[in-house]
Design a protein around this ligand. Structure first.
Ligand SMILES: [Zn+2]
Ligand SMILES: [Zn+2]
Length: 286
């Protein structure tokens, strides 16, 4: 199973030269199973970098898991060429947004005057359905991949996803937007159990929007630091941590400095970079 980082930036895309080493596209990930099954998590501008890999899939049938509907996670949708192609069938799953259906969220985002084409004029077959929280313990199966989800603390609600490949017994958790410091005991307990059940995931992709030095100034803004990711990994036995959702002001020099500090404290921790491909078979368990 492979984990591909299409976009690792939070809030807004950045294209300045000083940001290109870690990458400026917003949040989007692809999971590709050994048998060719694939799925996407989030539709930030990073989805553009995943298009060649998606075009190489054996079927024009795509599962997209939405963590939530903040703009940085949705803004790449209109640029996805498959939505204009009648041969594609796209399944969008995500948490129930506040007082709306998924359908209404996507229709609203593509409504006039925000985009020239509306959802009902798109040529692909697109269906939307909510990840029911009651079904949390029953995985959504996609070929050889199984998906479970866990609600996490973030303004308006957000889901973390755990994707497991049955044949290789590899698993990864993606938690892009989560404020660990303000999570309730129940939210923490649920997430820690999610990370460690049925066994510790091989890797955790986690919200590193803030740093331990600047978090206090931004308490309540919905995000975490690498210290939180490190603590979760140590509590649950996860050996590999990828920090993502880099703040739009954090340039390459800043992120490299934070990465050094983080790596010294927890050698299994890395800053996610746009374009990084992780073969989960090769992830070190030490
Ligand atoms: Zn976000
Ligand atoms: Zn958010």
């Amino acid at each position: 199973m492979k984990l591909i980082f299409g976009g690792v930036r939070g809030t807004t895309p950045v294209a300045d030269a000083a940001f290109l080493q870690y990458g400026g596209s917003t949040t989007s990930f692809m999971i590709e199973g050994d048998e060719g099954d694939a799925l996407l998590v989030d539709l930030g501008t990073g989805i553009r970098t995943l298009i060649p890999a998606l075009q190489a899939l054996r079927e024009k049938d795509l599962l997209i898991l939405m963590t939530h509907y903040h703009q940085d996670h949705l803004i790449g949708f209109a640029g996805l060429p498959f939505i204009y192609d009648p041969d594609w069938h796209i399944h969008v799953r995500g948490p129930n947004p506040e007082g709306l259906t998924l359908d209404q969220v996507f229709n609203g985002m593509m409504a006039r005057p925000f985009w020239p084409l509306q959802i009902d004029t798109l040529q692909a077959r697109i269906d939307f359905s909510a990840c029911e929280l009651a079904a949390n313990s029953v995985p959504l199966v996609r070929g050889g991949l199984a998906v479970r989800w866990c609600p996490v603390h973030h303004e308006g609600g957000c889901l973390a996803y755990r994707i497991e490949e049955r044949a290789s017994a590899r698993s990864v958790i993606i938690a892009t937007d989560i404020e660990w410091a303000l999570s309730s005991k129940r939210e923490r307990d649920d997430f820690l159990r999610f990370c460690s059940t049925p066994c510790p995931a091989d890797a955790l992709v986690f919200d590193g929007h803030f740093t331990p030095q600047n978090y206090d100034r931004f308490k309540g803004w919905g995000h975490s630091t690498w210290r939180d990711g490190e603590s979760i990994c140590k509590q649950t036995g996860i050996g590999r941590l990828y920090m993502t959702h880099h703040a739009q002001g954090n340039d390459d020099a800043f992120l490299a400095h934070v990465e050094q500090e983080m790596h010294a404290a927890f050698p299994g921790a890395l800053m996610a970079r746009q374009g990084m491909v992780v073969d989960m078979e090769a992830v070190n368990h030490d």
